[in-house]
Ligand binder design. Structure first.
Ligand code: NCD
Length: 323
């Protein structure tokens, strides 16, 4: 296992890189959520900016497609007054054969302060963190099936805004957990924040073996799994990572595991519905459910900006949102 704990924190226990939830304690996760809360009001201002990271250069290094994550990271950095560079792997030197390390060294030579990395390979952000110059921070924006820690933190902020106390919550995660970096990070964050119960609901072919060892209860039946839950997280079928034959058809998946109004009646009446996006209507959930007043899916997107502001500011060492 990678020694990410030492890699992520500096000698004083402050966040330097943000690569995974693994090894971070409740106090640090809570500090991220509290800092995000203090930044949320910036969105309501006439001038949506604070000067906290003025003069810093943040690079979005996306080697894999993204809509929400890339744009909300960009907005977050801009709201902190940083300069943002968007590096598009398909049109960059990477496409001409440059190695990851050479790409890093070239961008460091331009005196960039932070790299936000998304890559199809698990461990890519760790690789950058291990090789980065001492004054450079690396944030993981999703690596393979491994981790997507800022998504998990924006999900935690969304849950906290609706449910306050984590310790009394039962959270169900439905869908393709086998290929989901989001689910792994969510389970780690929910456990660290002390939720009472985490359930995973999926066909056997879409659950990692020994998932129980992460501290979750496994259900193969949706109706049973969502009984009396407070929070329902629906995941996308990650077809781009799926081997042939794991599922009979999308239609069959929806028939057994699709979240519909009717099935939702099993959950608590005030249960909220979440999805990291992009969502497939009629596959993971019905349009009715996606657009219902219990759905907080678009709030997750807005909360993503505040959480990413918090993590960028903490890693760059400047978090007082008063100016
Ligand atoms: C997720 C991702 O890329 O891992 N999406 C996101 O970041 N908003 C989940 C997904 O692609 O299904």
């Amino acid at each position: 296992m990678l020694d990410t704990h030492n890699l992520q924190l500096d000698q004083n226990g402050r966040l330097r890189h943000f690569l995974t939830i693994e090894g971070l304690n409740k106090a640090l996760l809570t500090e991220i959520l509290d800092t995000a809360d203090s930044f949320a009001a910036v969105a309501e201002r006439k001038v949506k900016k604070v000067p906290l990271c003025h003069g810093k250069i943040v690079v979005n290094l996306f080697f894999e497609t993204s809509t929400r994550t890339r744009t909300t990271f960009e907005l977050a950095a801009k709201r902190l007054s940083a300069d943002v560079l968007n590096f598009n792997a398909s049109t960059s030197a990477t496409a001409k054969g440059e190695t990851l390390l050479d790409t890093l060294r070239n961008l460091e030579a331009m005196h960039c302060d932070m790299f936000i990395v998304r890559h199809k390979d698990s461990g890519a952000a760790h690789f950058f963190a291990r090789h980065a110059a001492p004054n450079v921070s690396i944030l993981n924006a999703g690596d393979g099936r491994h981790a997507h820690p800022t998504q998990a933190m924006l999900d935690m902020l969304t849950i906290r805004r609706h449910k306050q106390d984590f310790s009394k919550l039962c959270v169900a995660i439905i869908g393709d957990l086998l290929h989901s970096r989001v689910a792994r990070s969510q389970i780690l964050a929910l456990n660290t924040l002390g939720v009472e119960e985490i359930r995973t609901i999926a066909p056997r072919t879409l659950l990692p073996t020994q998932i129980e060892s992460l501290g979750v209860k496994v259900y193969y039946n949706l109706q049973q799994g969502i009984k009396d839950v407070d929070v329902i997280i629906v995941l996308r079928l990650q077809k781009e990572r799926m081997a042939y034959g794991l599922l009979p058809s999308e239609h069959e998946y929806f028939r057994l595991f699709g979240l519909t109004e009717d099935r939702l009646s099993q959950a608590k009446p005030d249960a909220i519905i979440m999805h990291p996006g992009p969502l497939n209507r009629g596959v993971e959930l019905s349009s009715q459910v996606a657009d219902s007043n219990r759905s907080v899916i678009l709030q997750q997107v807005s909360n993503g900006i505040a959480v990413r502001m918090a993590i960028i500011a903490m890693a760059l060492g400047n978090t007082k949102a008063t100016s």
